[in-house]
Structures are given as C-alpha cells and as structure tokens.
Write a protein that binds this ligand. Sequence first.
Ligand SMILES: Cc1cc2nc3c(=O)[nH]c(=O)nc-3n(C[C@H](O)[C@H](O)[C@H](O)COP(=O)(O)O)c2cc1C
Length: 187
Amino acid sequence: MTDAATLIDRVIHERRTINNFLPEQPPVETIVAAIEAACWAPNHHQTEPWRFHLLGPKSIAAVVDLNAQLVTEAKGSVAGEAKRQRWSEVPGWLAVTCPRSQEDASRELEDYAACCCAIQNLSLFLWSRGIGVKWTTGAVTQHPDYFALLGLNSDEHLSVGLLWFGYPQTVPEQRRQSVDEVLTRLP
Ligand SMILES: Cc1cc2nc3c(=O)[nH]c(=O)nc-3n(C[C@H](O)[C@H](O)[C@H](O)COP(=O)(O)O)c2cc1C
C-alpha cells in the first residue's frame, strides 16, 4: 500500500464520535477548510445540497437554552440544568441542513444522502488534523425554534445534523460487526 492509502485507512478506522472535548477552540480556518472538503462529497445531478451554519456565541447560547428548555419539559429542571451545563462546555458548533424537495421524494432522499456523505468528509478531514466531531440529531435539531434561529423554515429545509467539534478529551472505543455479518455474496 502507498503511504496515502495507509493514512486514509487509518483515518477511516480510527475516527470516533467524540463526547468530551478540551475547552480550546480549533482554528476557524481549519473548520472552513473542512467545509470546503465536505463539499467534494458525491451528489446526484450536482445539486450540492449541503448548507453549513457555523454558530457563534449568541447562536450557541440560544441552542443551549432551547435544549435545556426541552429537557426540562420532558424530564424536569435538574435534568434540564445538567444538560445546559454539559452543552455549555462544547467548544464548536456547526449545523448542517439540506433544502427539501417535497414534490420530488427521490431527490430529497438523494440530497439527504449527499449531505451525510459531506458530513463524513468533514469528520474525516478534521480527524486527520486532531479534531473530533459528534454528529447529533436530538429533539432540539427538529424543533421549529431551532430552524428559526438558523433563519430557516422546517417546511423548506431538513436538519441533517448538529455537529459538535473540538479537540478530544477522551476517545471512546467502538466495535463493528465483522464483514461476514454484513456481506452477502451473490452468484
Ligand atoms: C445520522 C446520525 C445521527 C446521530 N445522532 C446522534 C445523537 O443524536 N446522539 C449521539 O450521541 N450520537 C449520535 N450519532 C453518533 C453515533 O452515536 C455514533 O456514530 C455511533 O455510536 C458510532 O460511533 P463512532 O462514530 O465513534 O464509530 C449519530 C450518528 C449519525 C450517523
């Protein structure tokens, strides 16, 4: 294998979803470069459906507040405040959305798939530079107020993910099924 092949293989296998981050902010230029790399994801009919929203302090505070409110409503104020505290410690936030195509279900599905590919590109790009990502799709990311704070309408856009990013404090272990469990060989 070439050095490049070995490196790609390692990045794919070693990337992990990061839950706990160091407080330091990654450089914004690196995040912008990762978004540029994300845009090289495959996309049918060249729709380039991905939209990225890099959150600043005011928007982050609004998402953290909204999530604390939703958790408080569902599980009580202690749980809501615990969530607020934990979310306040996340250094970087990037929302990914996709324009809807309600009259064309196939295009909407393919555009969503392309956005998922873009997120993986971005995650691998950042991982190769020591930056971890967590892709989240919790209730807050589907709430009308979340779309409103991104300046969007949920009738017109899908929320693909709210990405946390930063330098990993810890890297969890993961396992996968063996190839034999997921591969069917056809004649
Ligand atoms: C579409 C999608 C949505 C996800 N949403 C969440 C989420 O809401 N909360 C969460 O903790 N992890 C979420 N994850 C991350 C997965 O939990 C994680 O990828 C999985 O545990 C495997 O770990 P790994 O990424 O380190 O291999 C999501 C991943 C994907 C692809």
